[in-house]
Write a protein that binds this ligand. Structure first.
Ligand code: HEM
Length: 470
């Protein structure tokens, strides 16, 4: 009978041990959970106290097809103290849909291309000061560049001038969100220096945003950006002063925390696998020639894009997503009670040996549709940005930023990793625990065209038993 056997950690001790493991190494903990208990795991108590982990591509499909019953608000309650009530990720229903419709026009292809031009300029300014022999933490440096780019692109140069203090003020709250779920709940519930710091930082950010909004309201010719689009809604869909604040804070947080983590993993993967860096460099030379890289050229950097896609497969910054279950459901013979939190995992699906051949191997070439070994990727096998009508609004911006940044770095520098074994940390965006330090071993003053070398990282044949089963 469905629902009688509840696989998962037993009792309070095993549950705490799992959540500790999860906070310490989220991707590894998820694989261990699935290995031990299978695709459905019950963690914690029954009802609202418990979470049901639904793991694998079929589970992803189940979650996204049941969006009417599984709410984003119920899954992302823990983000509310930072994002506010009306942020897209934590809201549902007509309010969400109205705000998404107001926000979406800021992410058309043409606008994203404009944003990528800002990114290219900002990366250029950062690396202009880099010298041979220097050690650079690319994770830390690019957090700042990516945040500055997004703030300028979406909310204008006024707020972008404050991007550094905004980043500093957001950090204590982001640190809370990256702790284990029980630790997060405790931090927000009980007074402590940690909570005071997080709240004080958020209050300063809110004040900056309020000042910018007030300034915009007095302008006769407001800039053509997302903040102006949100203001033009005139308070509809909850976009009053509080709603404007929630939109700005949540978009800034959602964009730079994730994209900078992905960039660090991409640099690590590209430098630790044979010939990937030099292939990116050769591709840039071929597409760009001797002139400066432009945003329009980014679309033609196919190999660099595969490196990004493969990075987001093996190192998706969002390793899990969550939903609140509002009515009883059944999956794979297990009853999921109303009131429970459903957790699904991007990472588990991306590394599922039932779906991917040689799943733990970094192989950008697997994204080449013209490769005889190419396997069609199912909608729910690969979801670094979620799926369906609520797919990440910034996916094109994020992938574009990653492509142009890798292209600029590989074009200009030979880098060596100072952190050969990068360990993951964090929950909301899984990032490299010790940063991502690289040493500059050479610069390419002349970045002219060159032939793309053979793809030496992709020469091993796939053994038949590891072929994708479809
Ligand atoms: C590599 C970078 C990024 C990753 C991995 C990522 C990942 C995701 C994922 C997995 C979701 C869906 C969550 C779910 O369905 O439970 C999502 C939603 C969202 N993302 Fe991203 N994201 C990235 C960059 C960005 C950027 C650059 C922005 C904005 C500038 C952004 C804004 C949003 C918003 C607003 C949502 C909620 C959309 C809605 O519910 O309507 N993200 N993101």
């Amino acid at each position: 009978m469905p629902g009688t056997r509840r696989p998962g950690p037993r009792g309070i001790r095993e549950t705490i041990r799992f959540y500790r493991d999860f906070a310490d190494d989220a991707p590894g903990a998820l694989l261990r959970l699935r290995q031990r208990y299978g695709d459905v795991c019950f963690v914690g108590g029954r009802g609202a106290a418990g979470a049901v982990f639904l793991l694998g591509a079929a589970a992803n499909e189940f979650v996204f097809r049941n969006s009417g019953v599984l709410t984003w608000r119920g899954g992302y309650q823990s983000l509310l103290p930072v994002s506010g009530d009306t942020a897209l990720l934590v809201s549902d229903g007509p309010g969400h849909d109205g705000r998404r419709a107001v926000t979406q026009p800021a992410f058309t292809g043409r606008r994203v291309e404009d944003y990528l031009s800002i990114m290219i300029r900002n990366v250029g300014e950062l690396v202009a000061g880099w010298r041979v022999g220097q050690e650079i933490d690319v994770y830390r440096e690019f957090r700042s560049v990516i945040r500055g780019t997004v703030v300028e692109a979406l909310f204008g140069t006024g707020l972008a001038a404050d991007s550094e203090p905004i980043g500093r003020d957001l950090q204590p709250a982001l640190d809370v969100l990256n702790a284990s779920l029980p630790a997060q709940l405790l931090t927000w519930a009980v007074p402590s220096p940690r909570r005071r710091r997080a709240r004080a930082g958020l209050a300063r950010v809110d004040a900056r945003i309020a000042a910018e909004v007030a300034d915009r309201r007095h302008r006769t010719e407001p800039p053509d950006d997302l903040l102006s689009m949100l203001l033009a809604a005139n308070g509809a869909y909850g976009l009053d002063d509080r709603g404007l604040r929630d939109a700005v804070v949540s978009l800034v947080v959602a964009s730079f925390d994730t994209t900078s983590a992905a960039l660090a993993w991409a640099v690590h993967a590209a430098l630790s696998h044979d010939a990937v860096w030099s292939r990116i460099r050769a591709e840039v030379a071929e597409v760009v020639g001797a002139g400066p890289l432009t945003a329009a050229q980014a679309r033609r950097l196919r190999y660099t894009r595969w490196v990004v896609d493969e990075t987001l497969r093996l190192h998706p910054p969002a390793v899990v997503g969550a939903r609140g279950c509002t009515a009883e459901l059944e999956f794979a013979g297990h009853r999921i009670p109303a009131g429970s939190t459903v957790v699904f995992s991007e990472y588990v699906a991306h590394t599922d040996p039932r779906v991917w051949s040689d799943p733990m191997r970094f192989r950008p070439q697997r994204w080449d549709r013209s490769d005889p070994a190419y396997d069609e990727v199912g909608t729910f096998d690969y979801i670094p940005f979620g799926a369906g009508p609520r797919r990440c609004i910034g996916s094109a911006l994020a992938t574009g930023e990653l492509v142009v940044t890798l292209a600029q770095l590989a074009r200009l520098f030979e880098l060596r990793l100072c952190v050969p074994q990068a360990r993951p940390a964090g929950m909301t965006a899984v990032y490299p625990r010790d940063g991502m330090s690289v040493r500059i071993v050479a610069t390419h003053a002349d970045s002219g065209a060159g032939a793309i070398p053979p793809d030496t990282e992709n020469t091993r044949a796939i053994p038949p038993e590891q072929e994708k089963k479809r």
